[in-house]
Design a protein around this ligand. Structure first.
Ligand code: ADP
Length: 284
């Protein structure tokens, strides 16, 4: 207990209240979370108990947000993306906004202290709404963040999404967001030859519906120069997080075979989850 408190205090100026927010969320979740067989990476998800505590790792542009948000809808747990929390703070033009804009537009990481404080606030709001369980996307991004998370809660599973670097860059450059409804799209037609015996990768664009076309915006950090810096920072700071979870036997590697249509059923299969009935009927 003392170690947990020390870890949280030393990483953030937040009070212990934040620590208890984590605890209460994780206690509620882990008491009902389905057990996962991490060695075989074939987690069993009970259809009644889905309060999972999962982390999504992966390079910029790999699609963490897309898959994490679909899974969160399917499992009924919140999808918490620290990148979204940072962007909300940027658009709020509060005191932090200028400092964060500079960091994000250089492709660098925000300090652990700021990220943990944003995350704690988000958890507090969720707790008030009765949320439990979560799928984290974009956190932890450094080994220090992973250690802090480990000190305050138990993560069931870490999904590491992978795509070749060339695809990642094209996906980031093709990314668009509807400024009105907030949905994400991608205008890139991707066709990349597989190297070193890997299969070719093709992805259809995810085009917006007519009502969103005139409202599309591009993230300010989705330029070629900033994407390449974000990738460099990922390899330096975030790849060690993969090793951190690999050594705990919690890491499930998932090489995306292609776009959403092709990858989604395979990801569900890897997670031992069934396609949602709503999604099946939507797909028909
Ligand atoms: P990406 O597409 O690169 O995965 P995100 O949307 O997750 O981007 O994050 C956008 C930016 O927000 C990052 O480049 C970084 O500056 C900041 N950020 C998000 N999560 C974290 C984190 N856990 N630690 C530090 N900085 C973060």
């Amino acid at each position: 207990m003392a170690a947990m408190i020390r870890a949280f205090r030393s990483s953030s100026s937040s009070t212990l209240t934040n620590y208890f927010i984590w605890r209460s969320l994780s206690t509620a979740a882990s008491s009902s979370a389905a057990p996962l067989k991490s060695e075989s990476f074939s987690p069993f998800i009970d259809t009644k108990d889905k309060n999972v505590q999962w982390v999504f790792l992966g390079c910029p542009g790999v699609g963490k947000g897309t898959f994490a948000s679909r899974l969160s809808a399917q499992l009924g747990v919140p999808h918490i993306a620290t990148g979204d929390l940072v962007r909300e703070e940027l658009s709020a033009s509060g005191p932090l906004s200028k400092q964060l804009t500079e960091i994000v537009n250089q492709g660098k990481l925000v300090s652990d202290e700021i990220i943990i404080s944003l995350l704690s606030k988000r958890l507090e709001t969720g707790e008030a709404k009765g949320e439990s369980g979560f799928i984290l996307d974009g956190f932890p991004r450094t080994v220090r963040q992973a250690e802090i998370l480990d000190d305050v809660t138990d993560i069931d599973l870490v999904v590491n999404l992978k795509l070749p670097e060339k695809v990642l860059v094209e996906k980031c450059l093709g990314r668009r967001i509807c400024s009105q409804c907030g949905k994400n799209f991608n205008v890139a037609y991707i066709n990349v030859k597989g190297e070193n015996g890997n299969p070719d990768i093709s992805m259809d664009p995810l085009l917006p519906p007519p009502q969103c076309v005139s409202k599309l915006i591009t993230r300010s950090d989705d330029t070629e120069a900033i994407v390449s810096e974000r990738l460099r920072v990922y390899y330096e700071k975030s790849q060690p997080v993969e090793d951190f979870y690999r050594s705990q036997g919690k890491l499930m590697e998932f090489n995306l075979p292609g776009g959403l249509q092709e990858s989604w059923p395979k990801l569900l299969e890897a997670l031992n989850l069934d396609e949602n009935e709503d999604e099946q009927s939507a797909a028909v």
